[in-house]
Design a protein around this ligand. Structure first.
Ligand SMILES: C[S@@+](CC[C@H](N)C(=O)[O-])C[C@H]1O[C@@H](n2cnc3c(N)ncnc32)[C@H](O)[C@@H]1O
Length: 216
């Protein structure tokens, strides 16, 4: 699916998030707290928009993704010698244990249906003391919930149909509705071995930044 929508993916991201995606990624980079020359894995890197922020901190960034076309867009956009892409799956990453100082995954984990398996792979490739930041959509609670549901069900597919594949953006709304609540996701992270889990709601709770560490 992501191969099909790769070319217009960035445009629709900016459009459908009303430009909020820039803000979410800034928060993610800040919370990752990466230092120059540290090694960062951008998991499900897609077109590389998150990687750009990490590279600005002087980090060495590897972008891994299942979609070749998404990675091609990333490679076209990013000429930095500190950036490399790898085609592969989050479930079996081609890295040694304890390879990275930090790992980020923006809007990718929702698509990994074997979530505990993905989280244990994430745990495996991070160094002890390393940080993980996971940015993901969430269903807000309270009065904004029905407004947001309407937006996802009606406006998002209609706008997407003008520029890209309507079905991919219908899937977006469906998958957000089916994804774990923040409390359930926190439990999964803790079960995978992560400590110091902290969750930051963004944009009325439509997005959460889940941050945690590997202690051992
Ligand atoms: C919504 S996009 C997010 C891309 C990028 N991180 C961003 O923030 O714009 C989801 C990405 O997850 C990738 N993906 C889905 N399942 C994956 C898996 N099992 N392993 C690696 N990448 C995966 C897709 O190919 C797609 O590029």
């Amino acid at each position: 699916m992501f191969d099909e929508i790769a070319k217009r993916y960035d445009l629709l991201n900016h459009l459908l998030s009303l430009g909020q995606d820039y803000y979410w990624r800034r928060v993610m980079t800040r919370e990752l707290g990466i230092k120059a020359a540290e090694r960062v894995l951008d998991l499900a890197a897609g077109t590389g928009d998150s990687s750009i922020g990490f590279l600005k901190t002087g980090a060495q960034v590897v972008g891994l993704d299942l979609s070749i076309n998404m990675l091609k867009v990333a490679q076209k956009k990013i000429a930095d010698p500190g950036f490399a892409v790898i085609h592969g799956s989050a479930y079996e990453m081609p890295f040694h244990d304890r390879s990275f100082d930090g790992l980020a995954c923006a809007f990718g984990i929702r698509n990994m249906h074997e979530t505990p398996r993905a989280l244990s792979e994430i745990f495996r490739v991070i160094k002890p003391g390393g940080r993980v930041v996971i940015l993901e959509f969430s269903m807000p609670v309270g009065w904004f919930r029905p407004v947001y549901r309407f937006y996802l069900k009606n406006a998002v597919p209609a706008v997407a149909a003008l520029f890209s594949e309507r079905s991919a953006y219908e899937y977006l709304g469906d998958s957000i509705g089916k994804f774990y609540t923040p409390a359930a996701f926190r439990k999964l992270m803790e079960d995978a071995g992560f400590v110091n889990c902290r969750q930051i709601p963004l944009s009325f709770g439509t997005v959460y930044l889940h941050r945690a560490e590997r202690s051992r």
